[in-house]
Write a protein that binds this ligand. Structure first.
Ligand SMILES: Cc1cc2nc3c(=O)[nH]c(=O)nc-3n(C[C@H](O)[C@H](O)[C@H](O)COP(=O)(O)OP(=O)(O)OC[C@H]3O[C@@H](n4cnc5c(N)ncnc54)[C@H](O)[C@@H]3O)c2cc1C
Length: 378
């Protein structure tokens, strides 16, 4: 599928593969399944200039291009999901500022996000507002010089490590009681804290964030009051394809492990790769992987060519790649037999890691609604 990539993109993909193998794999072995993002990991990614892919050139970045972001995630995800999520969250927390920040905000935050000096997160989801973002109840009340923020955010990735959280809260406007605004909340701000750390089935710095009469100065408002929903959805649109890319990375490792195991595991006097039942599985996995990669690369190419107006292609890529990756990992585990469910094996780890990708940044069902809407409306 690399036929869809330019020579530069193929070279970059190979550089990312080598970086993941040489720099990230040893850190994965050293830190293992941790919910704490290792500082050494952040420094390695910063030294490799990866975070610069997430900010514009005027703030020291390389411009926010979808294909390089996808290629990084594809190479990181199968090797160390902690690295992949750290990279992704730096993007999700930066992009609202890229989209709606003024010059001063961009200089204040994006320069340091691009260098990896600070980490960010994106806080949209709440206990009663998951797929239905309009149900958000966190509220930012306007006051002298800023806003007083109250509320609880749930399932926030990198929430413990993040230095800033782009937070979406209700700021009712005449005629729009559910209007949202986007605020950059900084760790040092009084009334802002990690309420609870959450334990997921795979390593993840996942938390609930609490805002209790947290004063956020007006200079941390992104765009205008009421712009929050637009900023939140455009940010998800930009990074949705890259979730598909992360799924490719996980599926690729699972597929490679299945081929290797099938060739060396002998039953009934021959390698199980010799049985047609195994061969059919491998054929399906390889085909689905190629199809998923084609959809992801197509969406990334379209996004880089046409901007953010590629909602259907992005949703198709995210939905298909994450669903296909789950099937591929499951089939790989099946090929591994009992060894596949042994705690600590690669395939057992991937089986747990792939699951959340079908849920976050819009579940598969929500992607279907988006695709169907684009087909039937307008
Ligand atoms: C590991 C992980 C990391 C996350 N990180 C972040 C983060 O950093 N920041 C953040 O803001 N959020 C984050 N999330 C939240 C994530 O985006 C939500 O979990 C997701 O949007 C789904 O919301 P929910 O869990 O409340 O499920 P619900 O919305 O309650 O959905 C439950 C089920 O109902 C289905 N459903 C809902 N509505 C419809 C409908 N209209 N039609 C058909 N089916 C429907 C869903 O598809 C799902 O299967 C994270 C989640 C996870 C699991």
């Amino acid at each position: 599928m690399d036929i869809l990539l330019s020579a530069d993109q193929r070279r970059f993909k190979e550089e990312c593969r080598i970086f993941a193998e040489n720099e990230i794999a040893p850190l994965a072995a050293k830190y293992g399944e941790t919910d704490d993002i290792p500082g050494e990991l952040v420094r390695a990614m910063a030294d490799a200039q990866l975070f610069r892919l997430l900010v514009p050139e005027e703030t020291g970045g390389r411009g926010v291009k979808s294909m390089p972001i996808c290629l990084v995630r594809e190479q990181l995800a199968g090797v160390y999901c902690v690295a992949d999520v750290t990279f992704a969250m730096q993007g999700l927390g930066s992009y609202p500022i890229v989209l709606a920040g003024n010059g001063e905000q961009k200089a204040r935050f994006l320069t340091r996000l691009g260098s990896g000096e600070i980490l960010s997160t994106y806080a949209l989801t709440e206990p009663e507002a998951g797929s239905d973002v309009s149900a958000i109840t966190s509220r930012a009340r306007e006051t002298d010089g800023g806003f007083v923020l109250n509320g609880l955010k749930r399932f926030i990735s990198n929430g413990n490590a993040a230095d800033i959280a782009v937070t979406f809260a209700k700021t009712p406007l005449p005629g729009n009681a559910r209007a949202l605004s986007a605020l950059v909340v900084e760790k040092r701000m009084e009334g802002f804290r990690v309420h609870k750390r959450l334990k997921a089935i795979a390593p993840h710095d996942l938390v609930e964030l609490e805002f209790a009469d947290c004063f956020v100065p007006r200079e941390n408002l992104l765009g205008s009051v009421g712009d929050g929903m637009k900023i939140a959805l455009k940010t998800l649109d930009r990074f949705r394809v890259s979730v598909g890319a992360a799924a490719l990375g996980i599926a690729q490792v699972a597929f490679g492990a299945a081929v290797d195991y099938a060739k060396q595991r002998v039953q009934f006097g021959r390698p199980i790769a010799g049985f047609q039942g195994t061969q059919f599985k491998l054929a399906d996995m390889a085909t689905e992987l190629d199809a998923a990669r084609a959809l992801v690369y197509r969406a990334a190419l379209l996004q880089d060519a046409k901007g953010d107006n590629i909602t259907r292609a992005a949703s198709m890529a995210k939905m298909y790649a994450t669903e296909a990756a789950f099937r591929i990992v499951d089939q790989s585990l099946q090929i591994h037999g009992g060894m596949g469910v042994m705690a600590g094996s690669t395939i057992e780890r991937l089986y747990r890691e792939i699951r959340a990708l079908r849920i976050y940044e819009g579940t598969t069902e929500i992607q279907k609604l988006i695709i169907a809407k684009s087909l039937t409306e307008g």
